[in-house]
Design a protein. Structure first.
Length: 491
């Protein structure tokens, strides 16, 4: 391998502004996430449709409630597996190598969905994508954080720009896979997702040697004598899952509930481990405590937001008027509406936070506002609940998803940034995994809640969940000063 002549620094220098005012290495991570999100959202845009579409039309014919539960559980599994990916990055490999291996696993998962027929392809493909995406998400976000010093004012703007790359991929993925799905079938759409991930993997393999030296170090190496125990524990865990599936304890219908329970236990255990660790200083411990209300608000937010892939997909198939000049556009294209707004508004938010500098709202205020606004978005469905089949105009859903986007930009990139700012030194990547556990919990809850959705139940469904999210956001806003004090100088 070629030897890099780059100085062994922990972060990029603040005068490195070669990528839109940000460090040059952000371009590498921007690119790999663009292609990974292209494949991830391209596949997810047609996944629920594949599950509940009749076998005569190329799908699997699973009932909608169960199919939505599977999608929610899969989404939860993706973010739950960030715990494993973060642990490997912090204790076994480094962040760079973990990301490389994870991207490879994701590509193999998409290939399985494209080539293996029926339930076997879904099972193998979704497991591989969930495990690989978990490792990729935790390490990529941690690597972005490694580009900045603690007091670098460009950090939130950098994460917003990184988020732009995520959403460029999220925009083009559903457009192209959705078009291929209606033209040539589901498996051709899944195949395009595999090609996208292969391009991202190649791009990262070329550019990763320029990342900071800290990304090639282990923050908390696992002692070699404990490695056999870790391998044995992993083997026991895999065997237990196989037995539970084989005996019918784990089924498609209860998968979302199981993921919710496992994620909740994992989150509590993680907080206990970090807070009780001797490697965590008092100020670091206080910051972890401050992260708890942010974690809870994030869970509520994602339980609403992730219904874009469950309830809103079903709503779009049944209630949305998708006719344009006599042609009905694919349902999957609805998934590209939100990324358009992200692409347009992420630069606006990045510029806003940069311009405001120390005068910008604090992290807990941003979290509270994001949770409140996404609840308002759900209430906006209420005027259209009586419009009948295919009676909701596209412009109405576009407006609702604009509100969702504003909420997302207030919380999601800020949450990624906060997880790196509040992380103890010994748990850098694993704190990012904790944020993703809130996404896992919310995603699994969204799949479980989708089972309650049905024609005729829209008013209580959208109304109750919208009010709950608004209340959660308001509570965090009231507690924002207390949370900020616990953050010990971090905003």
């Amino acid at each position: 391998m070629p030897v890099s002549t780059r100085p062994e620094t922990d972060v990029e220098p603040e005068n490195d502004t070669r990528f839109f005012g940000q460090p040059r290495s952000l371009a590498t991570l921007f690119g790999v996430e663009l292609w990974e999100r292209f494949s991830f959202y391209g596949m997810q845009g047609i996944l629920l449709l594949y599950l509940f579409t009749s076998t005569a039309q190329g799908g699997l014919g699973i009932d909608q409630a169960t199919a939505a539960g599977i999608v929610g559980a899969y989404g939860g599994g993706v973010y739950l597996s960030t715990v494993l990916g973060a642990w490997i990055a912090d204790r076994l490999l480094d962040a760079q190598r973990t990301l490389l291996g994870s991207a490879t696993i994701v590509m193999l998962g998409h290939i399985a969905l494209a080539l293996l027929p029926g339930v076997s392809g879904v099972t193998v493909g979704l497991i591989l994508i969930a495990v690989g995406s978990g490792g990729l998400k935790a390490t990529a976000t941690s690597l972005v954080g490694s580009l900045y010093g603690e007091q670098d004012p460009r950090r939130d703007a950098g994460f917003s720009l990184y988020y732009l790359g995520v959403n460029l991929g999220a925009f083009f993925g559903p457009l192209l896979t959705g078009l291929l799905q209606v033209t040539w079938g589901f498996h051709v759409g899944f195949g395009l997702a595999a090609i996208g991930m292969a391009l991202g993997l190649a791009q990262y393999a070329v550019g990763r040697r320029n990342l900071p030296a800290v990304s090639r170090r282990l923050p908390n190496p696992l002692p070699r004598r404990l490695l056999p125990r870790a391998v044995a524990a992993a083997a026991v865990g895999v065997a237990a899952v196989v037995v539970l599936v084989a005996t019918g304890v784990i089924t498609a219908s209860n998968l979302a509930v199981i993921v919710i329970a496992v994620t909740a236990v994992a989150a509590v255990a993680y907080f206990v481990v970090i807070l009780s660790s001797r490697s965590v200083a008092p100020d670091e411990r206080s910051r972890v405590v401050a992260f708890i209300p942010l974690f809870l608000a994030s869970t509520v937010f994602w339980s609403i937001y992730q219904q874009q892939f469950t309830v809103i997909t079903i709503y779009s198939a049944e209630r949305l008027d998708r006719s344009v000049l006599g042609w009905e556009f694919p349902v999957a294209w609805v998934q590209s509406i939100n990324p358009v707004f992200i692409i347009v508004l992420s630069g606006v938010f990045a510029a806003l936070w940069t311009r405001l500098g120390p005068r910008q709202p604090s992290t807990p205020v941003k979290f509270g506002l994001g949770t409140l606004v996404v609840g308002l978005g759900f209430l906006l469905f209420l005027p259209f609940t009586g419009t009948g089949p295919h009676g909701t105009p596209v412009v109405a859903l576009v407006g609702i998803l604009l509100v969702f986007t504003v909420a997302e930009l207030l919380l999601s990139p800020v949450g990624l940034s906060a997880s790196t700012k509040l992380a103890p030194a010994a748990f850098r990547t694993q704190m990012v995994a904790l944020f993703y556990l809130s996404v896992a919990l919310g995603s699994a809850i969204s799949g479980q809640l989708a089972g309650l959705y049905a024609t005729g139940s829209e008013v209580p469904y959208f109304g109750v969940l919208g009010v709950v999210a608004i209340a959660a956001g308001a509570v965090l806003l009231l507690l924002s000063r207390l949370v900020l004090r616990l953050m010990r100088g971090v905003r």
